[in-house]
Design a protein around this ligand. Structure first.
Ligand code: NVA
Length: 329
């Protein structure tokens, strides 16, 4: 069986690579999804990220690989022989694993349409039985709502076709939590529900965070324990029913963490973007010692590692990995 939740003991994982990471040329999908919070986009660069960013991000990714390998976890890397339209840094964004079903999601950013191809070789090498489903995406112009610029209450995506990044999803076995936001519409949640069938329940989460991805807002630490972002969630009663009786660790304010000048793809809350090695060990950013202390009180050890470009590139440990196999006893 492949991975079905966010915390069981990790056995095999893909770790991203920053080679070729770039900001694509501006067009409607990029404008509405990545930059709706900015009125003025004249200063947004395009093309390859500075070499320093790519080199340092790669060094930090190598650090993750070495640590996980030292624990006996099998680590795979994306195939980077084809230059990415966006990047190969976040394998979490394009593919989601649900036990014996692997789903290539209909990502809304046009530049990311081929991104999952860099992961296919890993799945082809698995001996396990699983089904691969590619959800089709047209990315038609009507999918993007230009009225979202400057208004976090108006989302970037309309409902004309299903569209979502895999990183809008968190898995708790047969309960699947899906953030409706700029990077995932309601039609995407419905399509995922239809695909997974009635043994699963896809729970849409709305009006909590408008921008990209769920994993700087909620992190599932183990069955019954979650880390929540206090800037975005004031009370767990706004969450889907299965999460309402979970115990909460409120993430401490991470402070204004660094990003490369002129390049910022995310908020300071990438601090919450953790990877669970198992229910008692997580990877967190080197500076986040308050978070480590807090988690320790709940019986969770932290491995502190550098992720110098988590904000520059828009992803920390959860985003830059894709857990393929966990041991589900
Ligand atoms: N878009 C998210 C980061 C996701 C890892 C944020 O800026 O908080």
């Amino acid at each position: 069986m492949l991975s079905k939740n966010e915390w069981d003991p990790l056995q095999r994982v893909i770790v991203g690579c920053a080679d070729g990471a770039r900001i694509p040329v501006m067009e409607t999908s990029l404008r509405t999804i990545n930059y709706s919070h900015l009125d003025d986009i004249d200063n947004i660069p395009h093309g390859l990220y500075p070499q320093q960013v790519i080199n340092e991000a790669n060094e930090d990714l190598e650090g993750i690989c070495s640590f996980l390998t030292s624990l006996g976890i099998k680590v795979d890397r994306p195939d980077t022989t084809t230059a990415p339209g966006y990047y190969h840094y976040c394998p979490r964004d394009s593919v989601c694993v649900f036990e014996d079903l692997v789903v290539e999601t209909p990502m809304p950013l046009r530049a990311r349409k081929n991104e999952s191809q860099s992961l296919e070789h890993v799945f082809s090498s698995l001996e396990d039985q699983f089904r691969w489903v590619k959800m089709q995406a047209k990315r038609q112009e009507l999918l993007y709502n230009t009225g979202c610029v400057g208004d976090p209450n108006t989302l970037a995506l309309t409902e004309v076709e299903a569209s979502f990044d895999a990183a809008n999803v968190l898995r708790c076995n047969r309960d699947i939590f899906y953030l409706v936001s700029n990077s995932g519409n309601r039609a995407g949640a419905n399509l995922l529900q239809d695909l997974l069938g009635k043994e699963y329940h896809v729970w849409p989460i709305e009006n909590i965070y408008s921008y990209m991805h769920i994993d700087s807002t909620i992190s599932l630490l183990r069955e019954g324990l979650m880390l929540l972002n206090p800037d975005r969630i004031k009370d767990k009663s706004v969450l889907p029913k299965p999460l309402q009786n979970w115990e909460v660790v409120w993430a401490p304010d991470p402070g204004e963490t660094w990003h490369y000048p002129g390049y910022c793809n995310s908020s300071k809350w990438t601090s919450m973007n953790i990877l669970s090695v198992d229910p008692k060990l997580v990877l967190i950013e080197k500076e986040q010692t308050s978070l480590a202390t807090l988690l320790n009180k709940h019986g969770i050890e932290s491995q502190l590692l550098p992720m110098r470009h988590s904000r520059t590139l828009g992803g920390s440990f959860h985003c830059v990995t894709l857990d393929i196999k966990r041991r589900h006893d």
